[in-house]
Design a protein around this ligand. Structure first.
Ligand SMILES: [Zn+2]
Length: 104
């Protein structure tokens, strides 16, 4: 695992791409951490590096740039089993069931 130092939020275009990897972006501290040997080899020529054995890799950017700015975390949907009510928050659903479908 290697961390490279660049400019904060610096976007680096990989040309040619490394596998599916077309871009990497340094984080807001100007660091990019990777265990991808091919990225490490290429970046060694351009950026300073520090070994970081206990750091998590910076997520790779394999998709088009536009998509990487969205938070793609899928939200779990909680569905009422007694009506059409849907919420992405379990607490909201429980509250709904309590008020809309009281046991009594
Ligand atoms: Zn309901």
């Amino acid at each position: 695992m290697v961390t490279f130092r660049g400019e904060p939020n610096q976007l680096v275009r990989l040309n040619p791409p490394i596998g599916l990897l077309k871009y990497v972006r340094f984080d807001d501290k100007g660091e990019y951490t990777t265990e991808n040997e091919r990225v490490i080899k290429r970046f060694h020529h351009h950026f300073d590096s520090v070994p970081t054995p206990d750091k998590a890799p910076t997520p790779d950017m394999t998709d088009d740039l536009e998509q990487t700015f969205e938070t793609t975390e899928p939200t779990k949907q909680w569905r009422c089993d007694q009506c059409e009510f849907i919420s992405d928050n379990k607490g909201v659903l429980l509250k709904h069931k309590k008020t809309e479908h009281p046991k009594e």
